[in-house]
Design a protein around this ligand. Structure first.
Ligand code: FAD
Length: 346
Protein backbone atom coordinates (compact mmCIF):
# COMPACT_ATOMS: atom_id res chain seq x y z
CA UNK A 1 0.00 0.00 0.00
CA UNK A 2 2.92 2.40 0.58
CA UNK A 3 3.48 3.06 -3.09
CA UNK A 4 -0.21 3.58 -3.71
CA UNK A 5 -0.34 6.13 -0.90
CA UNK A 6 2.66 7.90 -2.44
CA UNK A 7 0.92 7.99 -5.81
CA UNK A 8 -2.15 9.46 -4.18
CA UNK A 9 -0.02 12.04 -2.41
CA UNK A 10 1.70 12.97 -5.66
CA UNK A 11 -1.63 13.26 -7.43
CA UNK A 12 -2.93 15.50 -4.65
CA UNK A 13 0.14 17.74 -4.86
CA UNK A 14 -0.18 17.95 -8.62
CA UNK A 15 -3.84 18.95 -8.31
CA UNK A 16 -3.07 21.56 -5.66
CA UNK A 17 -0.16 23.07 -7.56
CA UNK A 18 -2.53 23.92 -10.42
CA UNK A 19 -4.03 26.59 -8.12
CA UNK A 20 -2.15 29.90 -8.28
CA UNK A 21 -2.77 33.45 -7.18
CA UNK A 22 -4.51 35.36 -4.40
CA UNK A 23 -8.05 36.66 -4.85
CA UNK A 24 -10.02 39.24 -2.95
CA UNK A 25 -13.78 39.40 -3.43
CA UNK A 26 -14.75 43.07 -3.74
CA UNK A 27 -18.05 43.44 -1.95
CA UNK A 28 -20.12 46.31 -3.30
CA UNK A 29 -23.56 47.76 -3.06
CA UNK A 30 -24.79 50.03 -5.86
CA UNK A 31 -21.22 50.37 -7.11
CA UNK A 32 -19.88 51.41 -3.73
CA UNK A 33 -17.29 49.02 -2.34
CA UNK A 34 -17.29 47.92 1.29
CA UNK A 35 -14.18 49.27 3.03
CA UNK A 36 -13.27 45.78 4.23
CA UNK A 37 -12.62 44.83 0.59
CA UNK A 38 -9.74 47.31 0.43
CA UNK A 39 -8.46 46.22 3.83
CA UNK A 40 -8.32 42.71 2.37
CA UNK A 41 -6.65 43.98 -0.79
CA UNK A 42 -3.91 45.32 1.51
CA UNK A 43 -3.32 42.01 3.25
CA UNK A 44 -3.83 40.12 -0.04
CA UNK A 45 -0.97 42.17 -1.53
CA UNK A 46 1.38 41.00 1.24
CA UNK A 47 0.34 37.36 0.79
CA UNK A 48 0.73 37.53 -2.99
CA UNK A 49 4.21 39.08 -2.64
CA UNK A 50 5.29 36.33 -0.23
CA UNK A 51 4.03 33.69 -2.67
CA UNK A 52 5.35 35.49 -5.74
CA UNK A 53 1.95 35.37 -7.46
CA UNK A 54 -0.48 38.01 -8.74
CA UNK A 55 -3.19 39.58 -6.60
CA UNK A 56 -6.60 39.69 -8.26
CA UNK A 57 -9.74 41.57 -7.34
CA UNK A 58 -13.02 39.84 -8.18
CA UNK A 59 -15.77 42.32 -8.95
CA UNK A 60 -19.27 41.08 -9.67
CA UNK A 61 -22.21 43.42 -10.17
CA UNK A 62 -23.83 45.79 -12.60
CA UNK A 63 -22.16 49.06 -13.65
CA UNK A 64 -19.16 48.35 -11.46
CA UNK A 65 -16.23 48.81 -13.83
CA UNK A 66 -14.88 51.92 -11.96
CA UNK A 67 -14.15 49.65 -9.02
CA UNK A 68 -11.38 47.94 -11.01
CA UNK A 69 -9.28 51.13 -11.02
CA UNK A 70 -9.85 51.51 -7.31
CA UNK A 71 -8.71 47.92 -6.81
CA UNK A 72 -5.51 48.64 -8.78
CA UNK A 73 -4.89 51.74 -6.68
CA UNK A 74 -5.11 49.61 -3.54
CA UNK A 75 -2.61 47.09 -4.88
CA UNK A 76 -4.37 44.55 -7.11
CA UNK A 77 -2.44 43.43 -10.22
CA UNK A 78 -5.56 42.41 -12.08
CA UNK A 79 -9.32 42.40 -11.80
CA UNK A 80 -11.85 39.83 -12.92
CA UNK A 81 -15.02 41.68 -13.79
CA UNK A 82 -18.48 40.25 -14.32
CA UNK A 83 -20.80 43.08 -15.27
CA UNK A 84 -24.41 42.01 -15.79
CA UNK A 85 -27.79 43.34 -14.56
CA UNK A 86 -28.58 39.95 -13.05
CA UNK A 87 -25.94 40.77 -10.39
CA UNK A 88 -27.32 44.24 -9.63
CA UNK A 89 -28.30 43.32 -6.09
CA UNK A 90 -26.67 40.65 -4.01
CA UNK A 91 -28.41 37.30 -4.06
CA UNK A 92 -26.71 34.07 -3.03
CA UNK A 93 -27.57 31.98 -6.08
CA UNK A 94 -26.18 34.08 -8.95
CA UNK A 95 -23.12 35.19 -6.96
CA UNK A 96 -22.43 31.58 -6.00
CA UNK A 97 -22.65 30.55 -9.67
CA UNK A 98 -20.34 33.37 -10.74
CA UNK A 99 -17.71 32.77 -8.05
CA UNK A 100 -17.63 29.01 -8.67
CA UNK A 101 -17.40 29.59 -12.40
CA UNK A 102 -14.39 31.91 -11.95
CA UNK A 103 -12.70 29.62 -9.41
CA UNK A 104 -13.15 26.61 -11.70
CA UNK A 105 -11.74 28.48 -14.65
CA UNK A 106 -8.79 30.33 -13.08
CA UNK A 107 -7.99 28.22 -9.99
CA UNK A 108 -6.83 30.66 -7.29
CA UNK A 109 -4.90 29.27 -4.31
CA UNK A 110 -6.33 31.81 -1.82
CA UNK A 111 -9.77 33.48 -1.77
CA UNK A 112 -10.50 36.20 0.82
CA UNK A 113 -13.85 37.81 1.65
CA UNK A 114 -15.09 40.23 4.30
CA UNK A 115 -16.88 38.66 7.27
CA UNK A 116 -19.95 40.78 6.54
CA UNK A 117 -23.51 39.64 6.03
CA UNK A 118 -22.77 39.17 2.33
CA UNK A 119 -19.30 37.69 2.69
CA UNK A 120 -20.35 35.19 5.34
CA UNK A 121 -23.22 34.02 3.20
CA UNK A 122 -21.25 33.76 -0.02
CA UNK A 123 -18.02 32.30 1.39
CA UNK A 124 -19.84 29.42 3.07
CA UNK A 125 -21.82 28.61 -0.04
CA UNK A 126 -18.75 28.76 -2.31
CA UNK A 127 -16.57 26.64 0.00
CA UNK A 128 -19.27 24.00 0.16
CA UNK A 129 -19.76 23.93 -3.62
CA UNK A 130 -16.06 23.75 -4.51
CA UNK A 131 -15.44 21.30 -1.64
CA UNK A 132 -12.79 23.17 0.27
CA UNK A 133 -12.32 24.52 3.80
CA UNK A 134 -13.21 27.96 5.11
CA UNK A 135 -11.88 29.75 8.18
CA UNK A 136 -14.32 32.42 9.36
CA UNK A 137 -13.42 35.64 11.20
CA UNK A 138 -9.65 35.40 10.86
CA UNK A 139 -7.65 37.98 12.77
CA UNK A 140 -4.32 37.15 11.13
CA UNK A 141 -3.21 35.72 7.77
CA UNK A 142 0.26 34.59 6.74
CA UNK A 143 2.16 32.13 4.56
CA UNK A 144 4.14 29.19 5.98
CA UNK A 145 7.42 27.83 4.60
CA UNK A 146 5.55 25.40 2.31
CA UNK A 147 3.46 28.19 0.83
CA UNK A 148 0.25 27.31 2.65
CA UNK A 149 -2.07 29.97 4.05
CA UNK A 150 -1.90 30.29 7.85
CA UNK A 151 -5.29 31.42 9.07
CA UNK A 152 -5.31 32.64 12.66
CA UNK A 153 -8.44 33.24 14.71
CA UNK A 154 -9.54 33.15 18.34
CA UNK A 155 -10.83 29.75 19.48
CA UNK A 156 -12.34 28.25 22.63
CA UNK A 157 -14.11 31.45 23.59
CA UNK A 158 -11.07 33.57 22.83
CA UNK A 159 -8.85 31.72 25.28
CA UNK A 160 -6.40 30.61 22.61
CA UNK A 161 -5.41 31.77 19.15
CA UNK A 162 -5.64 28.88 16.68
CA UNK A 163 -3.75 28.77 13.40
CA UNK A 164 -5.77 26.81 10.88
CA UNK A 165 -4.36 25.33 7.67
CA UNK A 166 -6.14 23.92 4.67
CA UNK A 167 -3.21 22.11 3.09
CA UNK A 168 -5.16 19.34 1.33
CA UNK A 169 -7.65 21.42 -0.62
CA UNK A 170 -7.78 24.47 -2.83
CA UNK A 171 -8.66 27.26 -2.83
CA UNK A 172 -7.82 28.15 0.77
CA UNK A 173 -10.70 30.36 1.87
CA UNK A 174 -10.93 32.84 4.73
CA UNK A 175 -13.19 35.65 5.88
CA UNK A 176 -11.91 38.62 7.88
CA UNK A 177 -14.04 41.08 9.82
CA UNK A 178 -14.09 44.76 8.94
CA UNK A 179 -11.43 46.88 10.74
CA UNK A 180 -9.23 43.91 11.64
CA UNK A 181 -6.71 44.67 8.87
CA UNK A 182 -5.39 48.19 8.34
CA UNK A 183 -6.49 50.20 5.33
CA UNK A 184 -3.68 50.14 2.71
CA UNK A 185 -2.27 53.34 1.25
CA UNK A 186 -3.64 54.22 -2.19
CA UNK A 187 -1.15 54.36 -5.06
CA UNK A 188 -2.12 57.16 -7.41
CA UNK A 189 -2.21 56.26 -11.10
CA UNK A 190 -1.63 52.54 -10.53
CA UNK A 191 -2.85 50.35 -13.37
CA UNK A 192 -3.60 46.68 -13.76
CA UNK A 193 -5.01 44.09 -16.12
CA UNK A 194 -8.76 44.12 -16.56
CA UNK A 195 -10.17 40.69 -17.38
CA UNK A 196 -13.80 40.81 -18.46
CA UNK A 197 -15.70 37.61 -17.83
CA UNK A 198 -19.27 36.58 -18.24
CA UNK A 199 -21.17 33.90 -16.45
CA UNK A 200 -24.59 33.39 -17.97
CA UNK A 201 -27.11 33.08 -15.17
CA UNK A 202 -30.71 33.40 -16.24
CA UNK A 203 -33.16 35.24 -14.05
CA UNK A 204 -35.55 32.30 -14.46
CA UNK A 205 -33.12 29.95 -12.70
CA UNK A 206 -32.94 32.17 -9.57
CA UNK A 207 -35.47 31.56 -6.85
CA UNK A 208 -34.91 34.86 -5.05
CA UNK A 209 -36.33 38.24 -6.12
CA UNK A 210 -35.49 41.54 -4.45
CA UNK A 211 -38.82 43.37 -4.24
CA UNK A 212 -37.82 46.34 -2.14
CA UNK A 213 -34.77 47.62 -0.33
CA UNK A 214 -35.49 49.22 3.03
CA UNK A 215 -32.57 51.17 4.45
CA UNK A 216 -32.17 51.06 8.20
CA UNK A 217 -33.29 54.32 9.72
CA UNK A 218 -30.56 56.77 10.67
CA UNK A 219 -30.64 59.41 13.37
CA UNK A 220 -29.42 59.26 16.93
CA UNK A 221 -30.72 55.72 17.45
CA UNK A 222 -28.39 54.30 14.82
CA UNK A 223 -24.77 54.48 15.88
CA UNK A 224 -21.93 52.92 13.95
CA UNK A 225 -19.47 51.80 16.61
CA UNK A 226 -17.32 49.85 14.14
CA UNK A 227 -16.70 52.92 11.97
CA UNK A 228 -16.21 55.48 14.76
CA UNK A 229 -12.90 57.33 15.24
CA UNK A 230 -13.50 57.99 18.95
CA UNK A 231 -15.17 55.49 21.24
CA UNK A 232 -15.99 55.85 24.92
CA UNK A 233 -16.84 52.39 26.25
CA UNK A 234 -18.47 51.47 29.52
CA UNK A 235 -18.48 48.22 31.46
CA UNK A 236 -19.94 46.77 34.61
CA UNK A 237 -18.12 49.46 36.57
CA UNK A 238 -20.72 52.00 35.39
CA UNK A 239 -23.18 50.34 37.80
CA UNK A 240 -26.40 51.59 36.15
CA UNK A 241 -27.93 52.60 32.82
CA UNK A 242 -28.34 56.26 33.92
CA UNK A 243 -24.59 56.58 34.34
CA UNK A 244 -24.04 56.11 30.61
CA UNK A 245 -25.21 59.74 30.21
CA UNK A 246 -21.77 60.62 31.58
CA UNK A 247 -20.12 58.65 28.77
CA UNK A 248 -22.42 60.25 26.17
CA UNK A 249 -21.25 63.67 27.35
CA UNK A 250 -17.59 62.74 27.01
CA UNK A 251 -18.24 61.11 23.61
CA UNK A 252 -20.06 64.25 22.42
CA UNK A 253 -17.08 66.40 23.38
CA UNK A 254 -14.83 64.17 21.27
CA UNK A 255 -17.28 63.77 18.40
CA UNK A 256 -17.38 60.06 19.12
CA UNK A 257 -19.83 57.35 20.12
CA UNK A 258 -20.53 55.20 23.17
CA UNK A 259 -19.84 51.48 23.16
CA UNK A 260 -19.50 48.91 25.88
CA UNK A 261 -18.57 45.50 27.16
CA UNK A 262 -20.82 42.49 26.99
CA UNK A 263 -21.61 42.89 30.69
CA UNK A 264 -23.02 46.35 29.96
CA UNK A 265 -25.08 44.98 27.07
CA UNK A 266 -26.28 41.96 29.05
CA UNK A 267 -27.38 44.27 31.86
CA UNK A 268 -29.56 46.12 29.34
CA UNK A 269 -27.57 49.35 29.65
CA UNK A 270 -26.70 49.46 25.93
CA UNK A 271 -28.16 47.98 22.73
CA UNK A 272 -26.38 44.90 21.36
CA UNK A 273 -25.03 46.73 18.30
CA UNK A 274 -22.80 48.78 20.66
CA UNK A 275 -21.01 45.73 22.05
CA UNK A 276 -17.28 45.62 21.44
CA UNK A 277 -15.46 42.29 21.42
CA UNK A 278 -15.45 38.78 20.16
CA UNK A 279 -19.22 38.44 19.94
CA UNK A 280 -19.64 42.14 19.23
CA UNK A 281 -17.90 44.60 16.93
CA UNK A 282 -14.20 44.79 16.11
CA UNK A 283 -13.16 48.42 16.36
CA UNK A 284 -10.04 50.35 15.45
CA UNK A 285 -10.65 53.95 16.48
CA UNK A 286 -8.05 56.69 16.94
CA UNK A 287 -8.89 56.78 20.65
CA UNK A 288 -10.65 54.11 22.71
CA UNK A 289 -11.53 55.06 26.27
CA UNK A 290 -12.40 52.02 28.40
CA UNK A 291 -14.29 52.98 31.56
CA UNK A 292 -14.93 50.39 34.26
CA UNK A 293 -14.00 47.54 31.92
CA UNK A 294 -11.75 44.83 33.34
CA UNK A 295 -10.20 43.77 30.02
CA UNK A 296 -11.33 40.17 29.52
CA UNK A 297 -9.71 38.56 26.46
CA UNK A 298 -13.08 38.50 24.66
CA UNK A 299 -13.23 42.27 25.03
CA UNK A 300 -9.58 42.86 24.14
CA UNK A 301 -9.75 41.01 20.80
CA UNK A 302 -12.32 43.58 19.68
CA UNK A 303 -10.38 46.74 20.54
CA UNK A 304 -6.69 46.08 21.12
CA UNK A 305 -5.68 47.45 17.71
CA UNK A 306 -7.03 50.93 18.48
CA UNK A 307 -4.40 53.64 17.90
CA UNK A 308 -4.58 54.96 21.48
CA UNK A 309 -6.23 53.17 24.41
CA UNK A 310 -7.05 55.04 27.60
CA UNK A 311 -8.21 52.87 30.49
CA UNK A 312 -9.97 54.13 33.59
CA UNK A 313 -10.28 51.52 36.35
CA UNK A 314 -10.00 51.62 40.11
CA UNK A 315 -8.22 48.26 40.16
CA UNK A 316 -4.55 48.82 39.27
CA UNK A 317 -4.24 45.09 38.48
CA UNK A 318 -7.05 45.07 35.88
CA UNK A 319 -5.83 43.38 32.65
CA UNK A 320 -7.10 46.32 30.57
CA UNK A 321 -3.98 48.21 31.68
CA UNK A 322 -1.82 45.66 29.80
CA UNK A 323 -3.10 46.96 26.45
CA UNK A 324 -3.61 50.59 27.52
CA UNK A 325 -1.48 53.41 26.11
CA UNK A 326 -2.49 55.56 29.10
CA UNK A 327 -3.94 54.22 32.33
CA UNK A 328 -5.83 56.13 34.99
CA UNK A 329 -6.23 54.24 38.27
CA UNK A 330 -9.17 55.84 40.00
CA UNK A 331 -12.91 56.07 40.49
CA UNK A 332 -14.54 56.62 37.11
CA UNK A 333 -17.28 58.70 38.73
CA UNK A 334 -14.61 61.28 39.53
CA UNK A 335 -12.29 60.80 36.57
CA UNK A 336 -14.81 60.96 33.70
CA UNK A 337 -16.49 64.27 34.65
CA UNK A 338 -13.03 65.78 35.22
CA UNK A 339 -11.88 64.53 31.81
CA UNK A 340 -14.99 65.88 30.07
CA UNK A 341 -14.60 69.26 31.77
CA UNK A 342 -10.91 69.32 30.87
CA UNK A 343 -11.60 68.67 27.17
CA UNK A 344 -14.42 71.23 27.14
CA UNK A 345 -12.01 73.88 28.42
CA UNK A 346 -9.30 73.18 25.84
P1 FAD B 1 -16.09 43.21 34.75
O1 FAD B 1 -15.15 42.16 34.31
O2 FAD B 1 -16.97 42.91 35.89
O3 FAD B 1 -15.20 44.49 35.07
C1 FAD B 1 -15.68 45.64 35.67
C2 FAD B 1 -14.48 46.53 35.97
O4 FAD B 1 -14.92 47.80 36.43
C3 FAD B 1 -13.54 45.98 37.01
O5 FAD B 1 -12.22 45.89 36.47
C4 FAD B 1 -13.61 46.99 38.15
O6 FAD B 1 -12.35 47.18 38.78
C5 FAD B 1 -14.02 48.24 37.42
N1 FAD B 1 -14.75 49.20 38.26
C6 FAD B 1 -15.83 48.97 39.03
N2 FAD B 1 -16.25 50.11 39.60
C7 FAD B 1 -15.41 51.09 39.18
C8 FAD B 1 -15.32 52.51 39.44
N3 FAD B 1 -16.22 53.14 40.25
N4 FAD B 1 -14.34 53.19 38.85
C9 FAD B 1 -13.43 52.58 38.05
N5 FAD B 1 -13.48 51.25 37.77
C10 FAD B 1 -14.45 50.52 38.34
N6 FAD B 1 -17.15 40.60 26.61
C11 FAD B 1 -17.13 41.69 25.84
O7 FAD B 1 -16.90 42.80 26.33
N7 FAD B 1 -17.35 41.59 24.49
C12 FAD B 1 -17.59 40.42 23.87
O8 FAD B 1 -17.80 40.40 22.65
C13 FAD B 1 -17.59 39.22 24.66
N8 FAD B 1 -17.79 38.02 24.08
C14 FAD B 1 -17.71 36.90 24.88
C15 FAD B 1 -17.81 35.63 24.27
C16 FAD B 1 -17.71 34.48 25.04
C17 FAD B 1 -17.80 33.16 24.37
C18 FAD B 1 -17.51 34.59 26.45
C19 FAD B 1 -17.38 33.38 27.31
C20 FAD B 1 -17.42 35.84 27.04
C21 FAD B 1 -17.53 37.00 26.27
N9 FAD B 1 -17.42 38.27 26.85
C22 FAD B 1 -17.39 39.36 26.05
C23 FAD B 1 -17.46 38.46 28.33
C24 FAD B 1 -16.10 38.67 28.95
O9 FAD B 1 -15.53 37.44 29.28
C25 FAD B 1 -16.25 39.49 30.27
O10 FAD B 1 -17.15 38.83 31.13
C26 FAD B 1 -16.74 40.92 30.05
O11 FAD B 1 -16.00 41.55 29.05
C27 FAD B 1 -16.59 41.69 31.35
O12 FAD B 1 -17.17 42.96 31.21
P2 FAD B 1 -16.70 44.17 32.10
O13 FAD B 1 -15.26 44.39 31.90
O14 FAD B 1 -17.62 45.29 31.83
O15 FAD B 1 -17.04 43.68 33.59
Amino acid sequence: GGEEADDEELERRRRISAYKGVWVFIEQNDGEAAKVSWELTGVGRELADKLGVPLSAVIIGSGIQPLADLAFSYGADQAYLINDPVFRQYRTEPFLEAMCYLIGKHKPEVVLMGATGMGRDLAGAVATRVKTGLTADCTGLGIDEKGNLMQTRPAFGGNIMATIMCDRFRPQMATVRPHVMPMPAQRAGATGILIKESCPVSEASIFTRVLEVITEKGGKEKVDVAGAEFIVSGGRGLMAKENFAMLEELADELGGVVGGSRSAVDAGWLPQDRQVGQTGKTVRPKIYIACGISGAIQHLVGMQDSDVIIAINRDAEAPIFEVATFGIVGDLFEVIPALTAGIRNV
